[in-house]
Design a protein. Structure first.
Length: 309
């Protein structure tokens, strides 16, 4: 009999070194995770069709959400009149859970499988298969706000909401498998405020006039400056100033492996990104001897908009 596989999630303490502090598991690969607002709990979404709540104080895990297919996204929402987690699944649903009951309090039917989502109260953005984009308004009671025509021609891979100068969510950055990012305002003052730009592509075309193009796997906005980072299957991260429409920096390839996701810490001093094979070139390129890594980079000065001291 084959032992049942377990897929771990770990919490690390970051001091001068990264120290693993605790671990829990799912029975399938973990596709997403998020924190409770007070930092006491972690929520994990898995291919095993469950979402778990991990209480770090007791080191106990309980299932708080279930779907009919793998759960692709999980987000925590702390609203003035309710608290919940929100899950998006390949079963084409987007569900809001109270966590004290086994059925969702609100459920939305999606036009296709959920591929990516982000929530910054009171806004939620969901990207689906077949390039669908839906915007939800979460104040009072969650409701669909509008469907958005995709500004990108190829499948979405990641989406991240950005804020205005008053720290209110105002739009989103959308990354695709075709090395391109769209900056899209929900209610733009000027239609020209919405634009797309190329990224994660080889600098020069080959002799056959073919340029290598890579998927954008993750987008994260700096919490202080509003500049952003993108990471891709080319193993590079890039820093951008969307308001000035300029690139601030591009890295060298990270250990010749793709970068699968990225994030800033709450102060904006640390940029964290994960390096691992993302299966973008098929199973024949997978090398089990090359271990995944999480890398931390001091980044405050590199993300500062040019001309800003």
């Amino acid at each position: 009999m084959v032992d049942e596989l377990h897929y771990p999630i770990r919490c690390w303490e970051i001091t001068t070194n990264a120290v693993p502090k605790a671990q829990q598991t799912h029975q399938g690969p973990i596709l997403d995770c998020c924190w409770h607002d007070d930092g006491s709990k972690v929520f994990t979404a898995s291919v095993d069709k469950t979402c778990k709540m991990w209480d770090l104080n007791s080191n106990q895990c309980v299932v708080v959400a279930q779907h009919d297919q793998p759960i692709k996204t999980v987000n925590f929402v702390q609203a003035p009149n309710y608290t919940c987690i929100v899950t998006g699944s390949w079963d084409k649903t987007f569900k809001f859970w109270d966590m004290r009951q086994s059925t969702p309090v609100i459920q939305f039917q999606l036009p296709e499988r959920c591929y990516c989502a982000d929530i910054v109260y009171p806004m939620a953005i969901v990207g689906t298969a077949q390039r669908g984009i839906l915007c939800y308004q979460l104040d009072s009671q969650p409701r669909e706000y509008k469907k958005i025509e995709s500004p990108l021609k190829y499948q979405h891979r990641c989406v991240t909401i950005f804020k205005d100068k008053n720290q209110q969510p105002t739009g989103f950055a959308l990354g695709s498998v075709e090395g391109r990012v769209a900056i899209h305002y929900i209610n733009p003052i000027n239609p020209k405020d919405n634009f797309t730009f190329k990224c994660h592509r080889s600098n020069t075309a080959t002799s056959s006039n073919v340029q290598d193009i890579y998927a954008v796997n993750g987008i994260s906005f700096h919490p202080q400056f509003g500049t952003l980072a993108t990471v891709g299957s080319d193993g590079k991260f890039s820093f951008w100033d969307k308001d000035a429409r300029t690139k601030l920096k591009t890295s060298d390839p990270a250990a010749s492996l793709p970068i699968s996701t990225c994030s800033f810490d709450s102060t904006g001093n640390i940029f964290a990104y994960s390096v691992c094979y993302d299966w973008s070139k098929g199973h024949e390129y997978f090398n089990p001897s090359v271990k995944p890594m999480i890398l931390l980079r001091s980044c405050m000065d590199e993300l500062r908009p040019r001309g800003k001291k």
